[in-house]
Design a protein around this ligand. Structure first.
Ligand code: CBY
Length: 433
């Protein structure tokens, strides 16, 4: 009799001792905020936060409540300059990101940002994306990651857009969710955030709204399934660089999957390990992972909610970010490099200093033979991006790009960050995505 009374109590005690492994939002606990310092240092101290990169960084640090007002002012100034002076050259997603960053929260004496004007500009850029899809076989000017940022910003800042059109564009089987047949977790995650915002502001009173809501719900469910199907054994979602945004998507859509399908803590532990290995040395990479680690998502952007200022729990050093690269030994290494255009291959072997990146190899090859190995490069938010080789230029209208490979495998880093090793077989290949 007494025993049967004790059993439920024992059960309760055991249950409370089980660590909460499965959760809707898991985040780094305040005691462990030191784990985030490398990310914050990379963002705050980077001399390389140029142009629109500052928007990524500002958005992230504001969501985390990490900046002090002086640091915030500096970044805001940089974003404003980019928006006002580079306006016509900004892509739709870059403008969307700038709006999200500027309006992430409300500063005590905020007056000067004219959101309606910015939002109208974004609407026009979004329209141009759709128009391009009509003209060029369903291919937008940029890509679906940026169209998702557009819809997210339009939705959060009360811009006009057609919900019916959004429901139609973001059909999960659309080719723009895939690169070379592989589902893009980054793109899917951003689309889930955008669609969730649209869902939240749509009331199902009218019949068309009901239909749209139904479609949007189905899209979110299917995108979440696709994201979870890209979960790796160590808990990463897609690769290390898509995991932060995928976590955000999973946070806001916990009604759409069974909690046994995702062990958030495992994902978090792997990401923390990667932080210490130096995986997030690019400011944009650090900016994209941080919000999720602090339990925040881009849906927390709210231009009417007061900004939170730090540093509270952070101990930010003003010294340079620690570089984890081993001290460069003066020795040279040999690597093979090829340019592949359909069936034509041009190869060479070059010698570069130990610790060099892919771009150094391309430069060395170009110096050896400017006809075969000439190339052009453009600065993007993740660093240098190869736009043309041998005068042949990548083009979004026909989904062509210069793919980077080593030993036949596509790289998950760009030319400015992939560190080459002795004997690598590097390749830039004319490809379609
Ligand atoms: N941002 C964007 O518009 C980019 C969106 C994005 C989905 C992005 C990844 C994800 C992100 N979080 O930002 C993206 N890449 C796209 C859309 C593209 C295509 C660009 C053309 C277009 N339609 O807009 C394309 C051509 C398919 C592409 N990425 C190519 C490449 C290769 C670049 C090679 C080159 N020519 O220089 C490369 C290196 C893959 C390869 N092996 O060739 C590549 N991308 C990589 C590795 C990445 C990751 C970068 C990781 C890193 N550490 O540098 C990426 C985060 C990203 C940037 N691409 Co793309 C994806 C990942 O690995 N998780 C919005 C804007 C406002 O900033």
């Amino acid at each position: 009799m007494r025993q049967s009374h004790q059993l439920p109590l024992l059960g309760l005690l055991l249950f409370s001792l089980i660590p909460r492994q499965l959760c809707e939002i898991c985040e780094v606990s305040k005691n462990n905020y030191a784990d985030l310092n490398p990310l914050i240092n990379t963002m705050i101290n980077s001399k390389y936060t140029k142009g629109i990169q500052a928007a990524n960084v500002l958005l992230s640090l504001r969501l985390g409540g990490i900046l002090n007002q002086c640091q915030e002012q500096q970044l805001i100034q940089q974003v404003k300059l980019t928006v006002y002076y580079k306006d016509s050259t900004l892509t739709s997603g870059q403008l969307a990101l700038a709006i999200l960053a500027l309006g992430a929260c409300k500063m005590p004496d905020e007056t000067s940002i004219r959101y309606p004007k910015l939002v109208k500009k974004l609407r026009n850029k979004f329209k141009a994306e759709i128009k391009n899809m009509g003209k060029h076989n369903g291919n937008p000017l940029t890509n679906y990651y940026q169209l998702s940022l557009d819809v997210l910003a339009l939705c959060l800042f009360r811009g006009k857009f057609s919900i019916t059109k959004v429901a139609k564009i973001f059909e999960p089987e659309n080719k723009n969710f895939y690169f070379k047949g592989q589902f893009s977790v980054d793109t899917g995650a951003m689309a889930v955030l955008a669609l969730t915002c649209v869902k939240n502001i749509t009331n199902g009173k009218k019949k068309t709204d009901m239909e749209n809501l139904n479609n949007i719900n189905n899209h979110i469910k299917s995108l979440i399934e696709k994201i979870l199907s890209q979960k790796k054994e160590n808990g990463l979602l897609g690769n290390i660089y898509s995991t932060g945004e995928a976590m955000q998507a999973l946070f806001v859509s916990s009604d759409y999957y069974n909690e046994s399908k995702w062990d958030c803590q495992q994902t978090l532990d792997t990401v923390i390990m990667e932080i210490h290995k130096g995986a997030f040395r690019i400011p944009t990479a650090a900016a994209q992972i941080l919000p999720a680690l602090m339990g925040k998502t881009y849906l927390n952007v709210n231009k009417d909610s007061p900004c939170v200022y730090g540093p509270g729990d952070f101990n930010i050093s003003t010294v340079e970010p620690i570089t984890v690269t081993p001290p460069l030994s003066p020795s040279q290494i040999q690597v093979n490099y090829s340019v592949v255009i359909i069936k034509e291959t041009h190869s060479t072997t070059v010698s570069v200093a130990n610790g060099s990146v892919f771009l150094d190899v391309m430069e060395a090859a170009q110096e050896k033979n400017a006809t075969l190995f000439s190339f052009t490069v453009e600065e993007r938010s993740w660093g240098p991006y190869i736009t043309s080789v041998q005068g042949l230029t990548a083009n979004n209208n026909n989904r062509t790009f210069w793919e980077l490979l080593n030993n036949g495998q596509p790289l998950d880093q760009g030319v400015g960050s992939y560190i080459v090793h002795e004997g690598d077989n590097l390749e830039v290949r004319w490809s379609t995505y």
